[in-house]
Design a binder for this molecule. Structure first.
Ligand code: FE
Length: 365
């Protein structure tokens, strides 16, 4: 029996949707989870606070989510949610606050769960309901059952995966992405494109994930081309946000593949942002996948508006300069960590250790 599609997130979109949304359906007390700055800068935090006050909902704010949040930060946020007797969590931000909020909601409902036992298996209680407000167009976390967290015990990032942490609602307002600097717009777009392509070229791809991926590629792949030509307008911002959401739905079906597993150690050890880390490996992923299914890779390229491996590589490298070099020993460690990652063999092409070396060697100093 094949389950083609399951996604329980109610997705809403539109200008000022965060001000209009009826939060009171989820309870009387909210915890807002965000980072230190971006939720404030883009105006989302103010819109949400105003709406909560208007609806008579008490709220607290946990704004200590760092880039690539640790399991410990999420545990602290969960304990804070319990102390504050929050009925639900509102996550505002890029992938870091959204993923942190999912784990926090899980910790909040399961007082015995610790950073050490988070990944042991399904905890008994359902997490607090999560309302996700993305302020970048990249992770698609607002529509997935994943929280990717920094886990120092394994010196890498590790994904918490359970259908329980699908948000109950996602509120999409592209206006919040307008204040993003070019480097973040580009890197997050590469992350979204990576989700679409890794899902499209996954062994787990279905007719549903392919349909979603093709639209995501059209919006984000072609969007990257337009981004290279100048400042994004409102229409492009909206397409990138929708593309990111669609690509999130793709990986909610297929999971990611070796672009992500090789990218995680670059983020963990070298502090390269997640989207940028994907850029280091995405062109190679396409070339290697073509060994298995060239037609599908070429179809993906056509949708993205490029004609060849070279043009695709130029599109990605133009968006994110992959110019960091690593010491040989470090590079080999990242390669081994990436190769041993859980999603490495999910793609239609299973990389060999020679392929892994081919992918990393151009980044050796
Ligand atoms: Fe990603």
């Amino acid at each position: 029996m094949t389950n083609l599609f399951y996604n329980p997130v109610k997705v809403y979109s539109g200008r000022k949707i965060c001000a209009e949304y009826d939060y009171s359906q989820h309870g009387k007390r909210a915890l807002i989870v965000c980072g230190g700055q971006s939720a404030r800068l883009c105006g989302a935090l103010d819109d949400v606070k105003e709406a909560l006050m208007g609806q008579g909902i008490k709220f607290s704010i946990f704004d200590k989510v760092e880039q690539n949040p640790t399991v410990e930060t999420c545990h602290a946020a969960g304990a804070f949610a319990r102390e504050e007797k929050a009925d639900f969590i509102i996550a505002i931000g890029g992938g870091s606050p959204l993923d942190a909020a999912k784990a926090a909601a899980y910790f909040a409902a399961n007082a015995k769960l610790t950073p050490e036992t988070l990944y042991d298996g399904d905890a008994p209680n359902d997490p607090l309901p999560i309302i996700a407000i993305p302020t970048t167009a990249g992770t698609g976390s607002e529509v997935t059952q994943y929280a990717v967290l920094t886990y120092h015990r394994i010196q890498n990032k590790k994904t918490l995966k359970t259908p329980k942490i699908f948000p109950v609602a996602a509120l999409l307002d592209a206006e919040y992405t307008v204040t993003l600097p070019k480097s973040i717009t580009n890197a997050t777009a590469v992350d979204a494109l990576s989700h679409a392509l890794e899902g499209y070229l996954s062994k787990a791809a279905t007719v549903v994930s392919d349909s979603l991926a093709e639209k995501a590629m059209l919006y984000v792949g072609r969007g990257l081309k337009t981004l290279a030509e100048g400042r994004p307008d409102a229409t492009l911002r909206e397409k990138l946000l929708y593309g990111s959401m669609l690509a999130g739905m793709v990986i909610s079906i297929t999971g990611t593949s070796f672009v992500h597993s090789f990218g995680y150690p670059l983020t963990y050890y070298e502090n390269i942002s997640h989207g940028a880390a994907n850029a280091y490996f995405l062109p190679d992923f396409m070339e290697l996948s073509a060994r298995e299914n060239e037609d599908k890779v070429m179809r993906a390229y056509r949708i993205c508006g490029v004609k060849s491996h070279e043009e695709f590589r130029a599109l990605i490298e133009n968006a994110v300069p992959c110019d960091r070099k690593f010491e040989r020993d470090d590079a080999m460690k990242y390669m081994r960590t990436g190769f041993n990652g859980g999603s490495t063999m999910r793609g239609i092409y299973e990389p060999t250790s020679d392929d892994a070396y081919y992918m990393i060697k151009k980044y050796i100093r």
